[in-house]
Design a protein around this ligand. Structure first.
Ligand SMILES: NC(=O)c1ccc[n+]([C@@H]2O[C@H](COP(=O)([O-])OP(=O)(O)OC[C@H]3O[C@@H](n4cnc5c(N)ncnc54)[C@H](OP(=O)(O)O)[C@@H]3O)[C@@H](O)[C@H]2O)c1
Length: 248
Protein backbone atom coordinates (compact mmCIF):
# COMPACT_ATOMS: atom_id res chain seq x y z
CA UNK A 1 0.00 0.00 0.00
CA UNK A 2 1.26 3.45 -0.90
CA UNK A 3 -1.23 6.26 -0.43
CA UNK A 4 -1.27 9.79 -1.79
CA UNK A 5 -3.35 12.29 0.21
CA UNK A 6 -4.31 15.48 -1.60
CA UNK A 7 -4.49 17.88 1.30
CA UNK A 8 -5.08 21.41 2.36
CA UNK A 9 -7.89 20.76 4.87
CA UNK A 10 -8.14 19.83 8.54
CA UNK A 11 -9.65 16.49 7.47
CA UNK A 12 -6.55 15.75 5.40
CA UNK A 13 -4.35 16.56 8.41
CA UNK A 14 -6.42 14.29 10.68
CA UNK A 15 -6.08 11.48 8.16
CA UNK A 16 -2.33 12.05 7.88
CA UNK A 17 -1.97 11.75 11.67
CA UNK A 18 -3.95 8.52 11.73
CA UNK A 19 -1.97 6.93 8.90
CA UNK A 20 1.31 7.99 10.50
CA UNK A 21 0.24 6.52 13.87
CA UNK A 22 -0.54 3.24 12.17
CA UNK A 23 2.64 3.33 10.07
CA UNK A 24 0.62 3.07 6.85
CA UNK A 25 2.84 4.29 3.99
CA UNK A 26 1.54 7.57 2.61
CA UNK A 27 2.64 10.87 1.12
CA UNK A 28 0.92 14.20 1.73
CA UNK A 29 0.50 16.76 -1.04
CA UNK A 30 -0.04 20.51 -0.65
CA UNK A 31 -0.77 22.94 -3.47
CA UNK A 32 1.63 25.43 -1.89
CA UNK A 33 -0.83 28.29 -1.52
CA UNK A 34 0.21 29.40 1.99
CA UNK A 35 3.65 30.53 3.11
CA UNK A 36 3.91 28.16 6.09
CA UNK A 37 1.79 25.06 5.57
CA UNK A 38 1.00 23.00 8.65
CA UNK A 39 3.76 20.38 9.06
CA UNK A 40 2.54 16.82 8.51
CA UNK A 41 3.75 13.58 10.12
CA UNK A 42 4.17 12.08 6.63
CA UNK A 43 6.56 12.67 3.75
CA UNK A 44 5.23 15.86 2.17
CA UNK A 45 5.46 17.28 -1.34
CA UNK A 46 4.42 20.83 -2.19
CA UNK A 47 3.21 22.31 -5.49
CA UNK A 48 0.98 21.47 -8.44
CA UNK A 49 1.59 18.28 -10.40
CA UNK A 50 1.23 19.93 -13.80
CA UNK A 51 -2.35 19.05 -14.71
CA UNK A 52 -3.81 15.58 -15.23
CA UNK A 53 -0.76 14.39 -17.21
CA UNK A 54 1.57 15.52 -14.44
CA UNK A 55 -0.51 13.78 -11.80
CA UNK A 56 -0.63 10.59 -13.87
CA UNK A 57 3.16 10.69 -14.18
CA UNK A 58 3.53 11.28 -10.43
CA UNK A 59 1.16 8.43 -9.50
CA UNK A 60 3.04 6.05 -11.74
CA UNK A 61 6.56 7.11 -10.73
CA UNK A 62 5.75 7.07 -7.02
CA UNK A 63 3.94 3.71 -7.29
CA UNK A 64 0.79 5.05 -5.64
CA UNK A 65 -1.76 2.34 -4.85
CA UNK A 66 -4.59 4.50 -3.37
CA UNK A 67 -5.47 8.14 -4.00
CA UNK A 68 -7.36 10.09 -1.34
CA UNK A 69 -8.78 13.44 -2.35
CA UNK A 70 -9.08 15.37 0.91
CA UNK A 71 -8.99 18.80 -0.71
CA UNK A 72 -11.36 21.63 0.12
CA UNK A 73 -14.86 21.27 -1.42
CA UNK A 74 -14.11 24.37 -3.54
CA UNK A 75 -10.86 22.93 -4.93
CA UNK A 76 -12.82 21.77 -7.96
CA UNK A 77 -9.99 21.58 -10.46
CA UNK A 78 -7.80 19.39 -8.27
CA UNK A 79 -10.71 17.05 -7.58
CA UNK A 80 -11.50 16.75 -11.28
CA UNK A 81 -7.84 16.09 -12.06
CA UNK A 82 -7.71 13.45 -9.32
CA UNK A 83 -10.70 11.65 -10.79
CA UNK A 84 -9.26 11.72 -14.31
CA UNK A 85 -5.76 10.64 -13.27
CA UNK A 86 -6.98 7.84 -11.00
CA UNK A 87 -9.11 6.51 -13.84
CA UNK A 88 -6.19 6.65 -16.28
CA UNK A 89 -3.90 4.83 -13.83
CA UNK A 90 -6.62 2.41 -12.68
CA UNK A 91 -5.98 3.44 -9.07
CA UNK A 92 -8.86 3.47 -6.55
CA UNK A 93 -9.85 6.94 -5.37
CA UNK A 94 -11.72 8.04 -2.26
CA UNK A 95 -12.94 11.60 -1.72
CA UNK A 96 -12.68 12.28 2.03
CA UNK A 97 -14.93 15.28 2.51
CA UNK A 98 -17.10 17.06 5.03
CA UNK A 99 -20.85 17.53 4.71
CA UNK A 100 -22.09 20.96 3.67
CA UNK A 101 -23.40 23.31 6.36
CA UNK A 102 -27.19 23.46 6.63
CA UNK A 103 -29.13 26.58 7.64
CA UNK A 104 -30.67 26.55 11.13
CA UNK A 105 -34.11 28.05 11.89
CA UNK A 106 -32.69 31.42 13.01
CA UNK A 107 -30.34 31.81 10.06
CA UNK A 108 -30.80 34.47 7.39
CA UNK A 109 -28.95 32.87 4.49
CA UNK A 110 -29.07 33.73 0.82
CA UNK A 111 -27.63 30.75 -1.06
CA UNK A 112 -25.95 31.54 -4.39
CA UNK A 113 -24.40 29.28 -7.00
CA UNK A 114 -21.26 31.28 -7.80
CA UNK A 115 -18.89 34.02 -6.74
CA UNK A 116 -20.39 36.29 -9.45
CA UNK A 117 -23.85 35.83 -7.92
CA UNK A 118 -22.43 36.62 -4.49
CA UNK A 119 -21.03 39.89 -5.84
CA UNK A 120 -24.43 40.77 -7.38
CA UNK A 121 -26.11 40.22 -4.02
CA UNK A 122 -24.10 43.13 -2.62
CA UNK A 123 -25.65 45.73 -4.93
CA UNK A 124 -26.97 48.40 -2.58
CA UNK A 125 -25.94 51.06 -0.07
CA UNK A 126 -22.54 50.83 1.66
CA UNK A 127 -22.24 48.23 4.38
CA UNK A 128 -19.51 46.66 6.49
CA UNK A 129 -19.14 43.16 5.06
CA UNK A 130 -16.96 40.24 6.10
CA UNK A 131 -15.67 38.38 3.05
CA UNK A 132 -14.73 34.96 4.42
CA UNK A 133 -13.81 33.50 1.05
CA UNK A 134 -10.03 33.18 1.14
CA UNK A 135 -7.90 35.29 -1.18
CA UNK A 136 -8.45 33.91 -4.67
CA UNK A 137 -11.63 35.75 -5.67
CA UNK A 138 -11.34 39.01 -3.78
CA UNK A 139 -10.83 41.07 -6.96
CA UNK A 140 -14.37 40.22 -8.10
CA UNK A 141 -15.74 42.40 -5.28
CA UNK A 142 -14.18 45.49 -6.89
CA UNK A 143 -17.50 45.62 -8.76
CA UNK A 144 -19.08 46.70 -5.42
CA UNK A 145 -16.56 49.30 -4.21
CA UNK A 146 -19.03 51.10 -1.93
CA UNK A 147 -18.64 48.58 0.89
CA UNK A 148 -16.04 48.23 3.60
CA UNK A 149 -14.72 44.68 3.49
CA UNK A 150 -13.26 42.73 6.40
CA UNK A 151 -10.94 40.03 5.02
CA UNK A 152 -9.63 37.15 7.09
CA UNK A 153 -6.59 35.60 5.40
CA UNK A 154 -3.96 32.99 6.28
CA UNK A 155 -1.14 35.23 4.95
CA UNK A 156 -0.80 38.98 4.51
CA UNK A 157 -1.60 40.25 1.03
CA UNK A 158 1.47 40.72 -1.15
CA UNK A 159 -0.24 43.03 -3.65
CA UNK A 160 -2.71 45.90 -3.42
CA UNK A 161 -6.38 44.97 -3.74
CA UNK A 162 -8.83 46.90 -5.94
CA UNK A 163 -11.14 47.32 -2.93
CA UNK A 164 -11.02 50.97 -1.80
CA UNK A 165 -12.12 50.19 1.76
CA UNK A 166 -10.90 47.04 3.44
CA UNK A 167 -9.28 45.70 6.59
CA UNK A 168 -7.21 42.53 6.67
CA UNK A 169 -6.98 40.26 9.67
CA UNK A 170 -4.41 37.46 9.45
CA UNK A 171 -5.48 34.30 11.21
CA UNK A 172 -5.74 30.60 10.65
CA UNK A 173 -8.49 28.22 11.78
CA UNK A 174 -9.87 26.49 13.67
CA UNK A 175 -11.80 29.56 14.85
CA UNK A 176 -13.92 29.87 17.99
CA UNK A 177 -17.43 31.17 18.53
CA UNK A 178 -16.24 33.70 21.14
CA UNK A 179 -13.46 34.91 18.84
CA UNK A 180 -15.74 35.26 15.82
CA UNK A 181 -18.46 37.00 17.81
CA UNK A 182 -15.88 39.53 19.03
CA UNK A 183 -14.48 39.94 15.50
CA UNK A 184 -17.89 40.66 13.97
CA UNK A 185 -18.81 43.07 16.77
CA UNK A 186 -15.44 44.87 16.85
CA UNK A 187 -15.55 45.52 13.10
CA UNK A 188 -19.25 46.43 13.09
CA UNK A 189 -19.93 43.76 10.47
CA UNK A 190 -23.43 43.98 9.01
CA UNK A 191 -23.28 41.12 6.51
CA UNK A 192 -21.19 38.04 5.78
CA UNK A 193 -20.17 36.35 2.53
CA UNK A 194 -18.75 32.83 2.76
CA UNK A 195 -18.35 29.55 0.93
CA UNK A 196 -20.32 26.56 2.16
CA UNK A 197 -17.11 24.86 3.22
CA UNK A 198 -18.66 22.57 5.85
CA UNK A 199 -16.72 21.15 8.80
CA UNK A 200 -16.07 22.43 12.32
CA UNK A 201 -13.01 24.64 11.90
CA UNK A 202 -14.73 27.59 10.21
CA UNK A 203 -18.37 27.21 11.22
CA UNK A 204 -18.16 29.62 14.17
CA UNK A 205 -18.58 32.69 11.95
CA UNK A 206 -22.01 31.35 10.95
CA UNK A 207 -22.96 30.68 14.56
CA UNK A 208 -21.82 34.20 15.47
CA UNK A 209 -23.81 35.67 12.55
CA UNK A 210 -26.89 33.78 13.80
CA UNK A 211 -26.46 35.19 17.31
CA UNK A 212 -26.12 38.73 15.93
CA UNK A 213 -28.95 38.26 13.41
CA UNK A 214 -26.69 39.07 10.45
CA UNK A 215 -27.60 38.10 6.89
CA UNK A 216 -25.18 35.73 5.16
CA UNK A 217 -24.58 35.16 1.45
CA UNK A 218 -23.59 31.49 1.21
CA UNK A 219 -21.82 30.35 -1.95
CA UNK A 220 -22.83 26.76 -2.60
CA UNK A 221 -20.31 24.10 -3.58
CA UNK A 222 -19.35 23.30 -7.13
CA UNK A 223 -20.90 20.08 -8.42
CA UNK A 224 -18.43 17.31 -9.14
CA UNK A 225 -18.93 14.09 -11.09
CA UNK A 226 -20.15 11.14 -9.05
CA UNK A 227 -17.30 9.57 -7.06
CA UNK A 228 -16.70 7.34 -4.06
CA UNK A 229 -16.94 9.65 -1.05
CA UNK A 230 -16.97 9.42 2.73
CA UNK A 231 -16.94 11.82 5.69
CA UNK A 232 -15.45 9.67 8.49
CA UNK A 233 -11.90 8.50 9.17
CA UNK A 234 -13.19 5.02 9.99
CA UNK A 235 -14.73 4.79 6.54
CA UNK A 236 -11.41 5.69 4.95
CA UNK A 237 -9.70 2.97 7.00
CA UNK A 238 -12.38 0.43 6.08
CA UNK A 239 -11.94 1.29 2.40
CA UNK A 240 -8.15 0.95 2.68
CA UNK A 241 -8.42 -2.43 4.34
CA UNK A 242 -10.92 -3.80 1.81
CA UNK A 243 -9.55 -6.12 -0.89
CA UNK A 244 -8.06 -3.98 -3.65
CA UNK A 245 -10.71 -2.88 -6.03
CA UNK A 246 -9.20 -1.44 -9.16
CA UNK A 247 -10.75 1.50 -10.91
CA UNK A 248 -12.30 4.70 -9.53
N1 LIG B 1 -10.63 26.72 -2.70
C1 LIG B 1 -10.77 26.98 -1.40
O1 LIG B 1 -11.71 27.69 -0.97
C2 LIG B 1 -9.81 26.40 -0.41
C3 LIG B 1 -9.99 26.67 0.96
C4 LIG B 1 -9.11 26.10 1.89
C5 LIG B 1 -8.09 25.29 1.46
N2 LIG B 1 -7.95 25.03 0.12
C6 LIG B 1 -6.85 24.17 -0.28
O2 LIG B 1 -5.97 24.94 -1.06
C7 LIG B 1 -5.44 24.17 -2.13
C8 LIG B 1 -5.68 24.89 -3.43
O3 LIG B 1 -7.07 25.07 -3.61
P1 LIG B 1 -7.64 25.63 -4.98
O4 LIG B 1 -9.06 25.95 -4.81
O5 LIG B 1 -6.69 26.65 -5.53
O6 LIG B 1 -7.50 24.33 -5.89
P2 LIG B 1 -7.93 24.08 -7.39
O7 LIG B 1 -8.37 25.36 -8.02
O8 LIG B 1 -8.85 22.94 -7.45
O9 LIG B 1 -6.56 23.59 -8.01
C9 LIG B 1 -5.74 24.41 -8.81
C10 LIG B 1 -4.45 23.68 -9.00
O10 LIG B 1 -3.69 23.70 -7.78
C11 LIG B 1 -2.97 22.48 -7.67
N3 LIG B 1 -3.41 21.80 -6.45
C12 LIG B 1 -4.57 21.96 -5.75
N4 LIG B 1 -4.58 21.21 -4.66
C13 LIG B 1 -3.41 20.53 -4.64
C14 LIG B 1 -2.82 19.61 -3.75
N5 LIG B 1 -3.43 19.23 -2.62
N6 LIG B 1 -1.59 19.11 -4.06
C15 LIG B 1 -0.95 19.50 -5.19
N7 LIG B 1 -1.45 20.39 -6.06
C16 LIG B 1 -2.66 20.91 -5.79
C17 LIG B 1 -3.24 21.70 -8.92
O11 LIG B 1 -2.24 22.10 -9.84
P3 LIG B 1 -1.76 21.18 -11.07
O12 LIG B 1 -2.87 21.23 -12.08
O13 LIG B 1 -0.50 21.81 -11.51
O14 LIG B 1 -1.56 19.79 -10.50
C18 LIG B 1 -4.59 22.21 -9.33
O15 LIG B 1 -4.88 22.00 -10.69
C19 LIG B 1 -6.11 22.81 -2.07
O16 LIG B 1 -5.17 21.92 -1.52
C20 LIG B 1 -7.29 23.00 -1.16
O17 LIG B 1 -7.57 21.85 -0.41
C21 LIG B 1 -8.78 25.58 -0.81
Amino acid sequence: MNILILGGTSEASALASLLAERAIPATFSYAGRVSTPKPQPLPTRIGGFGGVDGLVAYLQQAGISHLIDATHPFAEQMSRHALAAAAQCNIPLMAFTRPAWQPQPDDDWTPVASMAEAVNQLDGPPQRIMLAIGRQHLEAFAAMPQHHYLLRLVDRLDHPLPLPHHTVTVDRGPFSMAGDLALLKDHGVERLVCKNAGGDGAVSKLTAARVLGLPVVVIERPTLPSRRECHALDDVLAWLSAPTERGV
